[in-house]
Design a binder for this molecule. Structure first.
Ligand code: GUN
Length: 298
């Protein structure tokens, strides 16, 4: 293995400590509040929501969790969002995705006040980001950008390939890289010669949700690889019915070729939550007419 490991866990800890210091120093003992809404019992979502709530409380913010039954109606969910929009102690609202199939995700997300949309998924935040204006930025791509800037410094002029075109990661990631003056390609399941496309990249962001799809022969020597995938796969070598987490990149072969790579777990995942806390702090400051303690220029 030759690649440097980009330690997202350690970086996220530093960011969270910094957020905690900012919260402690807020004037008049103001307290940012984050509401996390989970509908149903998807096991992975339950784990993410628990971590988000726990870490929110740990940095001194108010954290509330709303756990709703799988068969919650759209009307009831929209009523809850309306109440949270009107609640002055809540500055950020996150509805964990995916929602159960009977709920219209676009409708639900767009019911969140754009000022409280700490996920950056509301159509007006998406539009602001796409037109280069100040917006709320989705947490996972923001975490990836922070790691890239930390590792590479300026990204200007670099070739970046984002694999995956989701609204949560792929599309906003491409917008952020474009804003940092990369030459950006979005590759996806219909891309022809995807291996060759990826091999032209100085920066690879893999966000497809396909375990270990990207192998070392896809990677340009020295490239920086950000692996967003978190896939649970069988691990018979660990014993019967055991599983392990892997990314969208085959770690060992990619690490042979890349200049730097994020591990799974311990790479992008922790940064997503740290960025959620940054977004909540910024939403609180915007609401109270305070300068944002961090201006990431995104
Ligand atoms: N599901 C997977 N990632 C995310 C995220 O960043 N925010 C929300 N709300 N749901 C998700």
């Amino acid at each position: 293995m030759s690649a440097m490991i980009i330690d997202g866990k350690a970086f996220a800890e530093t960011v969270r400590e910094w957020v905690a210091e900012q919260v402690a120093a807020l004037p008049n003992h103001g307290q940012p509040g984050l509401a996390v809404v989970l509908v149903g019992e998807d096991p992975a979502s339950q784990v993410y929501v628990r971590s988000k709530s726990k870490m929110t409380a740990e940095v001194g913010m108010k954290s509330i969790e709303h756990k709703l039954a799988q068969n919650t109606s759209e009307v009831d969910l929209l009523k809850l969002i309306d109440a949270l929009n009107k609640n002055d102690t809540i500055h950020g609202i996150l509805v964990q995705l995916p929602l159960p199939g009977h709920l219209n995700e676009d409708l639900v997300i767009n019911a969140i006040s754009p000022a409280k949309d700490v996920d950056g998924f509301h159509i007006s935040n998406v539009g602001l980001l796409g037109t280069g204006q100040k917006s709320k930025v989705p947490c996972t791509p923001l975490g990836c950008l922070m790691m890239l800037r930390e590792h590479l410094g300026s990204l200007s002029g670099l070739n970046a390939v984002v694999i995956g075109r989701s609204n949560i990661v792929g599309k906003p990631m491409a917008q952020l890289l474009l804003k940092d003056n990369c030459t950006v390609t979005i590759a996806h399941s219909k891309t022809k010669n995807i291996k060759e496309v990826v091999r032209g990249a100085d920066i690879v962001v893999a966000a497809v949700g396909r375990p270990e799809m990207v192998t070392g022969d896809w990677i340009k020597p020295g490239a920086t690889v950000i692996d967003v995938g978190i896939n649970r796969v069988d691990a018979p070598e660990k014993g019967e019915s055991k599983t392990r987490l892997v990314g969208d990149c085959h770690f060992d072969s990619c690490a042979e070729v890349a200049g730097a790579i994020t591990p799974v777990p311990g790479g992008v995942g922790p940064m997503t939550i740290a960025c959620l806390l940054v977004n909540t702090l910024n939403a609180f400051c915007d609401r109270n007419g305070l300068p944002r303690p961090v201006d990431l220029a995104v």
